[in-house]
Design a protein around this ligand. Sequence first.
Ligand SMILES: CC(C)(COP(=O)(O)OP(=O)(O)OC[C@H]1O[C@@H](n2cnc3c(N)ncnc32)[C@H](O)[C@@H]1OP(=O)(O)O)[C@@H](O)C(=O)NCCC(=O)NCCS
Length: 165
Amino acid sequence: MVLKANYRLRRFKPSDLDWVIRINRECLPENYTTLFFMNLYKRFPETFIIAETNVEIVGYIMCRIETGIPSFKMLGITRKGHVISIAVLPKHQRKGIAQALMQETMQAMASYKAKECYLEVRTSNLPAIELYKKLGFEITRTIRNYYADKEDAFVMAKQLHLSMK
Ligand SMILES: CC(C)(COP(=O)(O)OP(=O)(O)OC[C@H]1O[C@@H](n2cnc3c(N)ncnc32)[C@H](O)[C@@H]1OP(=O)(O)O)[C@@H](O)C(=O)NCCC(=O)NCCS
C-alpha cells in the first residue's frame, strides 16, 4: 500500500504521546492511561506506529504480541499479534491511512515471529469491519458483552506469512 505523498508512517516515540492520547479520546470510547500506552511502547516498539502530515499526527496503531491458542485450525499454542487500538482523525479518514497502518504493523508482527494477527471490533463498527475484511481478516467468533457498554465484539483474525518481513 502506497500512502498519498502528504502522509508518512513512522514508529511512535514518547514525545508523540499527547497527540496519540488526543486521537484516541476523539475517536474511540476505549481510552487508556499514559502508563498503558507507554508500557505497550516499551514492550513492543515495532508495532506502535503513527501516521503524520507535516503539521500533525493523524492516526496511530498499537499492538501487543501474545502467546495463545491459534484462531485457525492448528494444534498447540502460537505467537499472535493483537491489535489493541487503531484510529485515524475524522478529517483524514478514507485516504488509506488505516490500511497502511495495519499493513505496516502486520509486517512488524512477523518480525516478532507472530503467526497471526487478531483484534476485537464492535459488531456495529462497519467501517472498521470493512477495513479488516479488505485486508483479508475473517470473523472467527463473537464475544457477548465484551465492551463496557455491553456491546458484543467480533474477533477477527488473519494468518501472517513468513514472507512478510
Ligand atoms: C476504522 C478507521 C480506523 C478506518 O480508517 P481510515 O483511514 O479511514 O481507513 P482507510 O482509508 O484505510 O480505509 C480502507 C478501507 O476500509 C473500508 N472503510 C474505511 N472506512 C469505511 C467507511 N466509513 N465505510 C465503509 N468502509 C470503510 C473501505 O473498504 C476502505 O477502502 P476504500 O476507501 O478503498 O473503500 C477509522 O474510521 C476510525 O478511526 N474510526 C474510529 C476508531 C475505530 O473505530 N477504530 C477501530 C476499532 S476496532
